[in-house]
Design a protein around this ligand. Structure first.
Ligand code: FMN
Length: 409
């Protein structure tokens, strides 16, 4: 019998082989111990995903600098970390022949008030007034600090390799530090890190080179990049195409395409036009352009819900892997369900409160999914019937009204 394309393996230039085309995209879990190591619940969660059958699983963002957290309970990996817990995490997440990539991130200025003392960015450009309530003022990084952060990415990647991870994913999307460097709105530097797209790309390029140098050619390196940030005068599709072409030259193994930032969360449906929703995968038109330009394997993420559309995207060569996040939070074994014919589409609840400010920013949606991840980790069944209002109430009771300052993607 002919094998379904979703079940076909894919060998990367690092020679690592994904057993199928399922790519579990990063979902920030906020499940770290007080000293920012993985908790037992986090380790359990990754055992569940590994058993669920995805070929590649990416962790939620792990921070490279303990003084630059995005959320209070982020995992951080530095030379002071308890590597033993990371080894347990890697062992659980690589069960069942799964490739486990650790997503490495630095939030830059997209960090919530109260989480860090001082926010840093390529330039001291504040967020627009309506976001200033959430984000602290920022200052521009010196060149020395830029080099230090580049080294921190390399050091965390090397430690992830030692702990047994199959690779890393460098988070260059969604408005965090690397994405801020790429953006002409946030990067107004006059030195070699600012100005032309060649210069704005330099920080990401240096990180890719340092990570490769620290880990060698058989360690898988992926980069998550925005197709665009959907802001006026922001990072454009043309610039993203240029960057992806350069990432190919840097011998990155896998490029994941997403889009949007905290200011405009295009990675979630709330910001997506109806015409795009009909095509299911939010960034499929852009992925088509990428596939015509480069040969580096592509993962397209955002919106995939049906086997038919996933198969079409693979057959037409628009993408090499199918990136999936929210559906795998509810059905960690979705690859097995699709493969056996038990299911061929997934329905996710509409998580809306009716309050536009909350619904548009997708904040509650993030909290709702995070609650499901926490339930998996604690060995409890997921609750797809959980209402948006109960999540809102639960979060307010747990964290006070500060909850809206505690989640981001
Ligand atoms: C709870 C939650 C946390 C997320 N955290 C991250 C993250 O840490 N890093 C990242 O790159 N994307 C993060 N994302 C975005 C997803 O990786 C993905 O791009 C987005 O959910 C669209 O894919 P989907 O339609 O399959 O859910 C998060 C999404 C959710 C729902």
């Amino acid at each position: 019998m002919k094998q379904n394309i979703l079940d076909q393996s894919l060998t990367l230039s690092s020679y690592a082989t994904s057993k199928n085309r399922w790519f579990k995209s990063a979902m920030s879990e906020a499940m770290a111990t007080a000293n920012h190591s993985p908790t037992s619940d986090l380790i359990n969660l990754y055992r569940i995903w590994a058993e669920g059958g995805s070929g590649i699983v990416v962790t939620g963002n792990v921070m490279v600098d303990p003084y630059a957290l995005g959320e209070p309970k982020n995992v951080v990996l530095t030379k002071n970390s308890d590597l033993n817990r990371f080894e347990k995490w890697a062992k659980a997440g690589t069960a069942n022949g799964t490739l486990l990539l650790m997503q490495l991130n630095h939030p830059g200025k997209q960090v919530l008030k109260g989480v860090v003392n001082e926010a840093v960015a390529p330039s001291a450009v504040p967020f627009p007034p309506k976001f200033q309530k959430f984000f602290p003022p920022c200052r521009a990084l010196t060149k020395k600090e830029i080099w230090k952060i580049t080294d921190q990415f390399a050091q965390s990647a090397r430690l992830a390799q030692t702990a047994g991870f199959s690779g890393v994913q460098i988070h260059a999307a969604h408005g965090y530090l690397i994405s801020q460097f790429l953006s002409p709105i946030h990067n107004l530097r006059l030195d070699e890190y600012g100005g032309s797209i060649q210069n704005r790309f330099r920080f990401l390029r240096d990180i890719c080179r340092s990570v490769r140098q620290a880990t060698g050619s058989s360690f898988t390196i992926s980069v998550k990049i925005n197709s665009a940030d959907f802001l006026k005068s922001g990072f454009t599709e043309e610039e993203s195409l240029y960057v992806i072409g350069e990432l190919e030259k840097e011998k990155v193994d896998l490029v994941e395409i997403s889009g949007g930032t905290y200011e405009k969360p295009a990675m979630f449906d709330s910001q997506i036009k109806d015409s795009t929703k009909r095509r299911e995968a939010y960034f499929i038109d852009f992925a088509e352009k990428v596939s015509q330009k480069v040969r580096v394997p592509i993962v397209l993420t955002g919106g995939f819900r049906t086997k038919k559309v996933m198969e079409e995207a693979l057959i037409t060569g628009v993408t090499d892997m199918i990136g999936v996040a929210r559906p795998l939070a509810i059905h960690p074994d979705l690859p097995a369900q699709f493969s056996s014919g038990f299911a061929d589409e997934v329905h996710l609840p509409d998580i809306k409160t009716g309050f536009r400010a909350i619904d548009d920013a997708a904040l509650l949606e993030l909290m709702w999914y995070a609650r499901q991840l926490h339930r998996h980790g604690a060995g409890k069944p997921v609750r797809p019937g959980l209402s948006a209002h109960s999540t809102l109430l639960y979060s307010i009771l747990k964290n006070g009204t500060d909850i809206f300052q505690l989640r981001r993607v």
